[in-house]
Design a binder for this molecule. Structure first.
Ligand SMILES: [Zn+2]
Length: 445
C-alpha cells in the first residue's frame, strides 16, 4: 500500500471519520463523499402507476410511432422485418407510416446550434447531396406540407401568433427550415415509449429495456450519425453525444433518445482532459482504468471494453472505456462497437428504468493528434447541486466509488443469470492488473 501511495497521486483519499475525498484526474473537480448522507438510489424516480390508455397507443409523446409527422424530416431509420435489419434513408413524408422504425434519426426541432449559426459565422452552405435531398423532399406535396407544418409549430413555440404566421408566404416559411436538412443537431429515437409488456405508466422503456442486440444497433447508428455530422460540416471540431433519461436528467420526453450536436469547440471538459494528456499521454490508463483496477473499482469487462466506478464526479458515475487501439468510434469495426455497446447496455440495465441518468460520450476530436480512448460516462442524477457546492466548488456525491460498485455488481450478476445482458465478466472475474497493457490503446498504437 505504501508503495502504491508513492507512485499514485491521491485521487481517492479516505479520511479517518469515513469521509472520502476525491479529485477527478482529468478535470480536477473535487468531490467529497460524507458518511451518513448516502441512500439507496435505485428506483428513485419511479412514477405513479396509472393504467395505460389503449386509445393513446403510439401517441404518448411527439417521439412515438403514431406521431412521425410532428418531427422534422427524417434522416434515416432502421427497420426490423422477419428478423432482418435494414436501413432506409430520407423516407418521403407520404411513406413515413409504411414501415415502423426501430430507431430513427431526425433533426432536433430546437437546435442548440442552428444552421443559421454555421451559415452566419462560417459561411456554411448545404452540401450538394443535402441540397438535392431538400429539393426532392419539398418537390413531394406531402413533404412540402410536412415542412411547413413543422416549421409553423416551431414559430408558435417561439411566440409567434397565428396572425403573424399567416402573414408569411409558404416560401418564407420553407426558407426558415433549411436547418431541417443541413443542421448539426440530430436526435436518435427508439421505437418504444413503453416496454412491450407494460400495463401501466411504470413500464417506461429505457436503454436497459432494449435487448443487447437492439442496443448494439442503437449504438452503431449513433456512431454512424456522428461520422455523418463530421462529414457534412467541415467547420465542426467536435460532435457531442449524450442521452438524457427522464426529466430529472434534462429529457423533454420520457421516451428513449440520444442527441448529437456538432460544435465548433471541444468544450471545457475535453480541453482539460487533453491538456493533461499532453503532459502524460498515458493519463487515460494511469488515472483511469489502471487506477480503478488497482483500487478494486472495476465493475465489468469484455474483450473490447471495461467499466469501472468513477471517482471525482459530482454524481455517481460509471465510466466505460473502449479498449480498442482505434480511438475514434467510427473507425472501429462493428464488432468493437458492439462490445462497447454490450457494456453500456449492461450498466443501463443495472441502473434500471426508474433512475434519471445522463449518458455522455467522449472521443478523440478529429483535429487532435493525442490518442484518447472512446469513453462513455453513465451518471446517476440522484441529487442537485446546492449552495454549498456553488459557493465552494467542492461537490458532495452521496455514493462513494466502492459503494457504487457494490450497488451495480449484484444487479449485473442477476441480469447475466437471467440472460438479459450480453456475456460479460463481472467484478473479480475481470482480469485487471495482470493484463493492463490490453487496456492501453496508447501503447497499442
Ligand atoms: Zn413517446
Amino acid at each position: 500500500m505504501a508503495q502504491l501511495q508513492l507512485i499514485d497521486p491521491a485521487y481517492i483519499t479516505p479520511m479517518a471519520d469515513g469521509t472520502i475525498k476525491q479529485i477527478n484526474p482529468l478535470t480536477g473537480t473535487r468531490v467529497w463523499t460524507v458518511p451518513g448522507r448516502g441512500h439507496r438510489p435505485l428506483n428513485q424516480h419511479k412514477p405513479a402507476a396509472r393504467p395505460l390508455d389503449p386509445a393513446q397507443a403510439g401517441r404518448d409523446c411527439a417521439f412515438c410511432q403514431g406521431r412521425y409527422r410532428e418531427t422534422p424530416p427524417e434522416k434515416t431509420r432502421l427497420v426490423l422485418a422477419d428478423g432482418r435489419w435494414s436501413q432506409l434513408d430520407y423516407v418521403a413524408a407520404d411513406q413515413l407510416f409504411d414501415t415502423v422504425a426501430e430507431f430513427r434519426v431526425i433533426p432536433n426541432l430546437f437546435e442548440i446550434l442552428s444552421y443559421d449559426y454555421w451559415h452566419a459565422n462560417y459561411g456554411f452552405e448545404l452540401s450538394p447531396p443535402t441540397a438535392h435531398q431538400r429539393q426532392a423532399y419539398l418537390a413531394n406535396p406531402a413533404g412540402r406540407d410536412h415542412v411547413i407544418a413543422v416549421q409553423s409549430t416551431k414559430l408558435r413555440a417561439a411566440g409567434w401568433s397565428e396572425a403573424d404566421i399567416a402573414n408569411l408566404t409558404e416560401e418564407q416559411i420553407i426558407a426558415q427550415a433549411t436547418g431541417f436538412f443541413g443542421g448539426g443537431h440530430d436526435v436518435i429515437v427508439a421505437r418504444r415509449h413503453w416496454t412491450d409488456d407494460a400495463v401501466d405508466t411504470t413500464g417506461l422503456a429505457s436503454s436497459g429495456s432494449l435487448t443487447a442486440a437492439e442496443h448494439a444497433r442503437y449504438i452503431r447508428l449513433t456512431v454512424e450519425s456522428m461520422r455523418r455530422l463530421y462529414d457534412n460540416n467541415r467547420y465542426a471540431r467536435y460532435v457531442a453525444v449524450f442521452q438524457n433519461w427522464l426529466n430529472q436528467a434534462g429529457a423533454s420526453f420520457d421516451h428513449l433518445h440520444k442527441q448529437l450536436v456538432a460544435i465548433d469547440e471541444h468544450g471545457s471538459t475535453l480541453r482539460l482532459s487533453l491538456s493533461r494528456a499532453r503532459e502524460n499521454p498515458n493519463i487515460f490508463n494511469d488515472a483511469g482504468v489502471n487506477y480503478a483496477s488497482w483500487h478494486n473499482l472495476l465493475i465489468a469487462e469484455n474483450d473490447g471494453a471495461v467499466a469501472f466506478a468513477g471517482f471525482g464526479h459530482r454524481y455517481p458515475t460509471i465510466e466505460i472505456y473502449s479498449t480498442s487501439a482505434t480511438c475514434q468510434p467510427w473507425r472501429q469495426s462493428a464488432a468493437e462497437i458492439d462490445l462497447m455497446s454490450d457494456l453500456i447496455h449492461a450498466i443501463h440495465a443495472a441502473s434500471g428504468p426508474h433512475l434519471a441518468v445522463n449518458e455522455e460520450w467522449h472521443h478523440q476530436p478529429i483535429d487532435v493528434d493525442l490518442p484518447m480512448p472512446w469513453q462513455v460516462a453513465i451518471k446517476w442524477r440522484i441529487s442537485t447541486v446546492a449552495g454549498f457546492e456553488g459557493g465552494t466548488q467542492l461537490y458532495i456525491n452521496t455514493i462513494a466509488p466502492t459503494a457504487l460498485r457494490d450497488l451495480v455488481v449484484p444487479r449485473l450478476f442477476e441480469l447475466r443469470q437471467a440472460g438479459q445482458i450480453a456475456p460479460i465478466r463481472i467484478a473479480t472475474e475481470c482480469s485487471g492488473a495482470p493484463n493492463l497493457l490490453r487496456y492501453n490503446p496508447n501503447l497499442a498504437r
